[in-house]
Design a protein around this ligand. Structure first.
Ligand code: NAD
Length: 511
């Protein structure tokens, strides 16, 4: 087993840490001290000071200054800085991945995978730095040229959730930086140390390149600090990842000042399993999607909509697969399922279990909280499966825990209607070998989600695609494809190189 003390040392995390940094400088915030505990064993890892309002304002002022310089660096040169950050992340992948696992509770393999995602987005951002393309249009006026260009927008505020404590920041920051913006990150108060570790890794690059402070800042704190970002007109874009109630609050605050927001909120993701499905790939896809990260991914599989003709077969296979799951310390590679993030999450899990039973649901794999040796944090729970109806109120909600719902269908159109009949719209999947079913699912009559997969589960997106969802998931897209456009402002330019001044739309204005 790894020695956590060594890992913390190598990431420059001490017993007491400054929670405010502008990249090169850091200082103790005037807010209350935050204590980070590990859900693995309940032990205290370290303390971090939180931002007071004056700390926050100081960070924003430094960021405004930094933006003036950073935006002047040509985009490919900014890409070169990101390339170097990717190199530093490669060197520290093991340490950072381990800390992610220890502070958040996901398996070591998933912790390392999260850091790999950061490295991948660096590579992607380097490429994007040479592809911030605008279009050229043909002007209707003679001797006129019309084109559009993309400029940086300024300060990007990043509010992140505990479950992807570092990757979500990198999806935003690496792209925002090549676009010429500067970033102020408010990490989850449940995982502050992984954020400080990221900053310590990229600080080497900022120093080596003599860059000013304020390009990459952190303001540690809870929802108050998040609200400051949301309400602050100096922050051009607020990219917020978290629960739907959080997104509603941030979205409203940003809209009130007519700012820009990018919202990545909760999901209620379903997999449709049809009669022709290859169950040998569907079952591992379902089980990984439902219990991976202990059901704490925004893309976790929450609902299985299964055809009546294979319902019993699939049910038996899932029960068998669940009986083989090993629950325990996520740093031990032989375990499949680690802890929930904290006791509050366990309470929510138990509350949901109660509500499912009350509504008439039947558990075919029993829930429960584990106790005894190895489970002293009280955060380990049994992944469970319940037979339910889609219209139970509790099924309409996202519970961030490994609770899987089984729902029966008889016609494919009905299955798609059930899949769409929730307030959220993040990820969806169908397992089928039938071309018509697959194409229907992907068509405009099909899944209403931002992500729709065939013969792959709902979780585990690649960074190359645009990531996000519809309805209460918030509508934002980040990471790959052309998601970079959210971090820039579009300017349309028309240039007259002739000697006359013809007006558009044939208007004559003579005097
Ligand atoms: P959360 O909403 O409790 O907190 C997320 C972040 O928002 C934290 O940094 C928190 O301090 C901040 N925050 C909370 N209320 C705020 C407010 N009113 N104003 C400003 N900031 C506020 O979420 P969580 O428990 O950390 O994460 C789990 C949730 O995140 C789930 O719903 C999950 O689906 C969602 N999530 C979504 C995505 C996605 O890309 N769609 C990715 C990861 C997680």
């Amino acid at each position: 087993m790894v020695e956590i003390k060594d890992i913390l040392d190598r990431l420059n995390i001490t017993e007491q840490n400054h929670g405010i940094t502008t990249g090169l400088q850091s200082w103790p915030g005037s807010g209350e001290t935050l204590v980070s505990h590990s859900p693995v064993n309940g032990g205290k890892i370290a303390e971090v000071s939180q931002a007071g309002r004056a700390d926050y304002d100081q960070v924003i002022e430094k960021s405004q200054e930094a933006f003036k310089a950073w935006r002047l660096l040509p985009a490919p040169k900014r890409g070169e800085i990101i390339r170097q950050m990717g190199e530093e992340l490669r060197k520290k992948k093991q340490e950072l991945g381990t800390l992610v696992s220890y502070e958040m509770g996901k398996s070591l393999q998933e912790g390392l995978g999260e850091v790999q995602e950061m490295i991948d987005i660096c590579d992607f951002a380097v490429g994007i730095s040479r592809q911030l393309y605008g279009l050229t249009m043909h002007s209707e006026r003679p001797q006129h040229r019309m084109y559009e260009q993309w400029h940086p927008i300024g300060i990007v505020g990043i509010i992140s959730a505990f479950n992807f404590p570092v990757a979500v920041w990198s999806w935003n920051a690496m792209i925002a930086w090549v676009c010429g913006d500067v970033c102020v990150w408010k990490p989850s108060e449940k995982t502050p140390l992984t954020a400080l570790a990221c900053q310590s890794i990229i600080k080497i690059v900022l120093e080596n390149n003599n860059l000013p402070e304020g390009i990459s800042s952190i303001v540690t704190g809870g929802r108050d600090v998040g609200k400051w970002l949301a309400e602050d007109p100096r922050v051009a874009l607020v990219s917020a990842t978290g629960s739907t109630p959080m997104g509603r609050s941030v979205g409203e605050a940003v809209a009130r000042r007519l700012g820009k927001s990018l919202l990545e909120l909760g999901g209620n993701n379903a997999i449709i399993v049809t009669p022709s499905a290859d169950l040998s790939i569907a079952v591992p896809g379902i089980v990984f999607g439902a219990v991976g990260t202990a059901g704490q991914r925004c893309t976790s599989t929450r609902r299985i909509i299964v055809h009546e003709s294979i319902y019993e077969d699939l049910e038996n296979r899932l029960v068998k697969a669940y009986s083989q799951l090993k629950i325990g310390n996520p740093l031990d590679a032989s375990n499949h399922v680690g802890p929930l993030i904290d006791q509050l999450a366990v309470e929510k899990y138990l509350d949901t279990v109660g509500k499912v039973k009350q509504a008439g649901g039947k558990f075919i794999v029993e829930p429960g909280v584990l106790s005894g040796e190895g489970f002293s944090s009280g955060c380990y729970v049994n992944p469970c499966i319940a037979e339910v109806q889609n219209d139970y109120e509790i099924v309409q909600h996202e519970t961030f825990a490994p609770i899987l719902y089984l729902i029966k269908y008889s016609e494919i159109e009905e299955a798609i209607a059930i899949q769409n009949d929730v307030p959220q719209g993040l990820s969806s999947a169908i397992f089928t070998l039938n071309l018509r079913e697959s194409e229907l699912f992907l068509s405009q009559q099909g899944s209403d989600c931002g992500i729709a997969n065939v013969n792959i589960g709902t979780s585990g997106a690649e960074i190359g695609g645009a990531f996000g969802g519809e309805k209460e998931t918030g509508g934002g897209r980040e990471s790959g494809s052309d998601a970079w456009k959210a971090y820039m402002r579009r300017q349309t330019n028309t240039i007259n190189y002739g000697t006359a001044l013809p007006l558009a739309q044939g208007i004559k204005f003579e005097f």
